[in-house]
Design a protein around this ligand. Structure first.
Ligand SMILES: Cc1cc2nc3c(=O)[nH]c(=O)nc-3n(C[C@H](O)[C@H](O)[C@H](O)COP(=O)(O)O)c2cc1C
Length: 307
């Protein structure tokens, strides 16, 4: 019998597989297909202080072995998530959930986390905050928080003050040196680092001669980005002492293991859920067989093994 458990910031997970934010809704939608309690956890849709209707369409472009999205953080806003989404989730998911939070100013992030913390039921459901710092800082000239170590540290330190829960900072790969940003977040009080978010990409429609996506550019994700994600997880594992949650292009049990060998304590599955809604479940079921094949008895033993 192999052991597929892992641990993330002091919380034990039955397995390391976590559907990634934006690809699994608020979870209960998938509970119509299978019992989502088989998951290690999942990260819910990036939630902002105010409701957001998202970007104009088209906002999805297909790519070989991947996709570009410019959904634009469409979500009903934190108050509606607390009042409507989380109670529905509580009926079908009985494990700590990862609360993914986005914002366009430091105050946005702080207030969103504070509202989750102020609601007893939401607080009990949330295991970790995963703070997505890929958004533009509207008060800081529009540059994404996650592309500047000082801005990344400022958000981390501010959110740190309003929660005692494990705080994961989710990094953008659209930087020259990912380790610099990761170290800044660690120094500012992060308990873990999630990476990677999407890579900036675009496609052009040959018939119109114009970009496919209404916003021109969007976030590239899916199987094609796996090598980039692995490289960044490997680098960040070396750079910080806090745990790393790896994601980017993972779609098989073998790739979960690869991500853990690079340094991930848990692994998120994103675009693969959009191709096959059973992807996360199937990966979990396959893990023991793949571990047997590579003579791995305990999954947690391989974390960072490639270093
Ligand atoms: C349609 C879509 C929506 C996403 N929305 C969010 C989001 O709201 N918050 C966030 O942190 N990441 C979001 N992401 C990024 C994913 O969580 C993940 O970091 C990225 O897609 C890389 O993983 P993958 O290659 O397995 O998809 C989104 C990705 C996709 C494809």
């Amino acid at each position: 019998m192999v052991d597929i458990k892992t641990s993330l910031c002091g919380i034990t997970l039955d397995n390391p597989v976590i559907p990634a934010s934006g690809t699994f809704g608020y979870g209960y939608e998938f509970a119509e297909l299978y019992d989502i309690n088989c998951l290690g956890s999942f990260s819910f849709k990036g939630t902002t202080l105010e409701p957001r209707f998202g970007n104009p369409t088209p906002r999805i472009a297909e790519c070989p072995d991947g996709m570009i999205n410019a959904v634009g953080l469409q979500n009903p806003g934190v108050d509606a998530v607390i009042a409507e989404e989380l109670p529905k989730l509580a009926q079908v998911f009985h494990k700590p959930v990862m609360a993914n939070v986005s914002g366009f100013s430091v105050d946005d992030y702080v207030e969103t986390v504070r509202r989750f913390e102020a609601d007893e039921a939401a607080k009990a459901q949330i295991g970790w905050f995963e703070v997505n710092i890929s958004c533009p800082n509207v008060h800081g000239g529009g540059m994404a928080f996650g592309t500047c170590p000082d801005a990344a540290a400022e958000v981390t330190a501010a959110v740190r003050k309003v929660t005692d829960k494990p705080l994961l900072i989710k990094l953008s790969p659209n930087v020259t040196d990912i380790t610099e940003i990761a170290r800044a977040c660690e120094a500012a009080g992060a308990d873990g680092i999630s990476l990677i978010n999407t890579l900036l990409g675009m496609r052009i429609n040959l018939k119109t001669g114009k970009p496919v996506i209404a916003n021109k550019m969007g976030g590239f994700s899916g199987h094609a980005i796996l090598p980039v994600a692995l490289r960044m997880v490997y680098q960040v594992y070396d750079a910080v002492k806090i745990p790393v949650v790896g994601m980017g292009g993972v779609s098989t049990a073998e790739e979960v293991i690869e991500m853990m060998m690079a340094g991930a304590s848990a692994v998120e599955i994103g675009a693969a859920n959009l191709i096959n809604p059973y992807a996360a479940k199937e990966i979990i079921e396959k893990l023991p067989e793949v571990m047997d094949k590579y003579n791995i008895k305990k999954l947690s033993d391989i974390i960072g093994g490639a270093h």
